[in-house]
Every structure is written in structure tokens, then in C-alpha cells.
Design a protein around this ligand. Structure first.
Ligand code: NI
Length: 253
């Protein structure tokens, strides 16, 4: 598996190593810490360094749409400019993913139809990755892997995917990068990229299996007294308690 360190637009600073991926980019690091950076604001300190800060913007836990919500079928649009709004979205996606104990989340799953996805496949849960406008440059190998999805809670099935991929994307300050991925990371990237196309891992299964899954999810929603029972539709802006929470220790994406 590829270690989850990406090089962002600034050289690494040793004292930022606690957040390895964002270490090179103070703004996204600040997003992870729930702090909005802006020029012309007052000075504040993050990890002993002074930064201009205009206001505190806590990250938001967003409601995750559940299968078979039709909004999961929308195709996400590319990001034209990586600005503070996109960085805030990335921070909110990470917050939502960690809260739901997932290892990946695409913007589509929180009803934002832009091409942004986040991942963290590290055991320590401290290597967040952000991919903006991701594209597969090359793919090789093929093998089955068990997948789950925060939008299809507690369902795990084997899916065939490329075992090695090279992906190109923009980072959190708009710079292009490429990285090689294999194993779980490769599976996660492909799974999340499917979300951006309105595709779910259950689409790789038989119609019969999909029907069984739909019925099981509907029954579970009824059992937990979910007002969304029967519709399969998450309420926009619903509190984070309404998100899909995995009840098993297996990771979902
Ligand atoms: Ni998923």
C-alpha cells in the first residue's frame, strides 16, 4: 500500500508533521483544525507559528445520503478554481468521514455535486488525503476486494477492480499531482471516483442482490425509527446523527 503522503505546494515544515498530508499547506491544515485563514485578519498561532486569521470556521459534519437516494446518481461537476470554499468542503468531508468512521467519502455522498473526494486508509487515522478533479491515468491488474460504503450502511460485498492505478488530481492549493496506488488505497480511490459519476458499488452486483440490499436497508431504517424509512432519502442539512454509522468494525467508503 502506498503511504498517504502527498506533496502540497509548500516545502515541508517539520513542526507540521503531526498532519502529514496537510503539513505543507497551512490553509488546509487550518481547515483540519477548524480555523479559517485569511489575509488582513488578526494574528493567531497554530503549532507555534503566527498566521493571519480572520475568523474561526469550525468544520461541519454533513448528512450522508443513503442508497437508494436518487441524488447519489448525479454526476459531479469539475472544480474550476480551488479556493477557500473548496478547501472548506474538503475539511467538512474529512470531518464527516472521520465522524462516521469511514475511510473515504466523496462530495456526492453529502449532496454536493463537485469533483472532490477525501480518504484516510491509515491505521492511525492521521493521514488525510484530498483529491480534486481526480482522473485515472493508468490501471493494471484485476482482483476482488470486499467493499462497504457509508451510503450503503453495513453491507459488504466483493467487487472486482484494478489492483494498481496511477491517479492525477489537484491538491488543496490547486496544484496538479500524480500518485501511484495499490491495495486498499487503489480500491478506495476507484470507489470514491465512482461516486462522482453517480455510481455505487452495489451496481457491480446482480439485480437480485441489489433488491435484497434495498429491502434490508429499508427494514433497518424502520427499525431505528428513521423518519426517512421507505423513501431512502436523507434530509438535506439533517444533523450528523442522521448519517450512516457503520455498526461493524469493517471500514466503509
Ligand atoms: Ni461509498
Amino acid at each position: 500500500m502506498v503511504a498517504g503522503r502527498l506533496v502540497y505546494c509548500r516545502p515541508a515544515a517539520k513542526d507540521w508533521d503531526v498532519l502529514p498530508v496537510f503539513a505543507d499547506y497551512p490553509a488546509i491544515c487550518a481547515i483540519v483544525l477548524g480555523i479559517k485563514l485569511s489575509s488582513g485578519g488578526t494574528l493567531a498561532t497554530i503549532f507555534g507559528r503566527k498566521h493571519d486569521i480572520s475568523l474561526i470556521t469550525p468544520m461541519t459534519k454533513l448528512a450522508i445520503l443513503e442508497y437508494p437516494d436518487p441524488r447519489l446518481r448525479k454526476t459531479a461537476k469539475p472544480i474550476d478554481v480551488v479556493d477557500d470554499g473548496v478547501r472548506q468542503l474538503a475539511g467538512d468531508l474529512l470531518e464527516t468521514m472521520y465522524a462516521a468512521k469511514g475511510i473515504g467519502l466523496a462530495a456526492t455522498q453529502v449532496d454536493v455535486h463537485r469533483r472532490v473526494l477525501v480518504l484516510d486508509v491509515s491505521d492511525e487515522r492521521n493521514q488525510p488525503l484530498v483529491f480534486i478533479n481526480p482522473e485515472i491515468v493508468s490501471a493494471s491488474g484485476r482482483g476482488p476486494g470486499e467493499e462497504g460504503c457509508l451510503s450503503v450502511p453495513d453491507i459488504y460485498e466483493k467487487v472486482q477492480r484494478a489492483t494498481h492505478i496511477r491517479v492525477r488530481a489537484l491538491g488543496t492549493c490547486g496544484q496538479a499531482f500524480e500518485m501511484d496506488a495499490e491495495g486498499l488505497l487503489a480500491v478506495c480511490i476507484q470507489h470514491e471516483m465512482d461516486h462522482l459519476e453517480g455510481k455505487l458499488f452495489v451496481d457491480y452486483l446482480s439485480e437480485l442482490k441489489r433488491q435484497l440490499i434495498r429491502r434490508r436497508l429499508e427494514k433497518e431504517r424502520k427499525q431505528r425509527g428513521d423518519s426517512r424509512a421507505g423513501s431512502g432519502v436523507a434530509i438535506p442539512g439533517a444533523p450528523a446523527s442522521g448519517v450512516a454509522m457503520p455498526r461493524t468494525s469493517r471500514p466503509a467508503l
